[in-house]
Design a binder for this molecule. Structure first.
Ligand code: FPP
Length: 241
């Protein structure tokens, strides 16, 4: 057990992260944006390892939003190759640590070669039940809710569902990953104080943690600090008034 775990009494089961600031990190060093994304992939590796060390079962990361498709072609292509490299290079580590890989988002929007690789690794890791890495790819919170509403509307149309039966549980069950518990903690790096269309439904009751640290500089110590802050908030919440 790590020192951080001993002090952070209340551990979130699910942490969601907006990995922001790769571009600025690269710019500060006079390097292309992709250099920042590569360093960002290292941070993802470090945080995934830290999740296991601290006992965080689910990690969801915003790796590519529906809005990111309008970025320059080179950058989009670079991010897609980075994703493929991550899947190839890190698959053994997922197995070693028994981490299940999943995707939330419109996987069908991704280039075929990326999809094939993703589907292969998701299939190969699907038996693992304890640790989960969820990549939000071509993901948008409003699109997810819209897709759920459409699926529900189709069932109402065919008479499979009564309009009055549509409640929060029914909506949750039609989201992309209905079996995944809602995040307890949402971290956004790089000083931006926005949700940017990330997990709009699922983050309703999450604690939010914002830090000025740029994502490529966000590693285990910074993650441990976020967990410690979460734990402090939880303790305050439970205290008598
Ligand atoms: C936001 O930073 C980050 C992204 C749009 C991409 C996140 C991707 C990674 C961290 C790469 C690793 C992911 C995998 C799955 C291998 P930004 O580019 O908007 O930064 P800026 O706001 O400073 O410009």
């Amino acid at each position: 057990m790590t020192g951080a775990r001993e002090t952070a009494v209340c551990i979130p089961r699910h942490v969601a992260v907006i990995m922001d600031g790769n571009g600025r990190w690269a710019k500060q060093r006079g390097r292309p944006r992709l250099f920042g994304h590569r360093a960002g992939a290292e941070s993802l590796r470090a945080v995934l390892r830290a999740c296991r060390d601290h006992g965080v079962e689910y990690l969801t990361v915003y790796a590519f939003s529906t809005e990111n498709w309008v970025r320059p072609k080179d950058e989009v292509g670079g991010l897609m190759s980075l994703l493929k490299t991550f899947l190839k290079k890190d698959e053994h580590e997922l197995h070693e640590n028994q981490v299940r890989l999943r995707v939330t988002g419109r996987i069908e929007d991704l280039p075929r070669s990326v999809r094939t690789e993703l589907e292969r690794v998701m299939e190969a890791t699907k038996a693992y039940t304890r640790w989960h890495l969820i990549l939000a790819l071509s993901y948008g919170g409003r699109t997810e809710i819209m897709d759920a509403v459409r699926a529900i509307a189709r069932k109402v149309k065919t008479g499979e569902l009564e309009p009055e039966a549509v409640d929060e549980t029914v909506i949750s069950r039609h989201l992309y990953l209905p079996d995944v518990p809602d995040p307890d903690l949402m971290i956004r790096t790089s000083g931006e104080l926005r949700l940017s269309n990330f997990l709009l439904w699922e983050l309703s009751y999450a604690e939010f943690y914002f830090t000025d640290t740029l994502w490529p500089d966000f590693r285990e110590p910074q993650f441990a600090e976020a967990l410690a802050e979460y734990s402090r908030r939880q303790r305050r919440f439970g205290a008598p008034s």
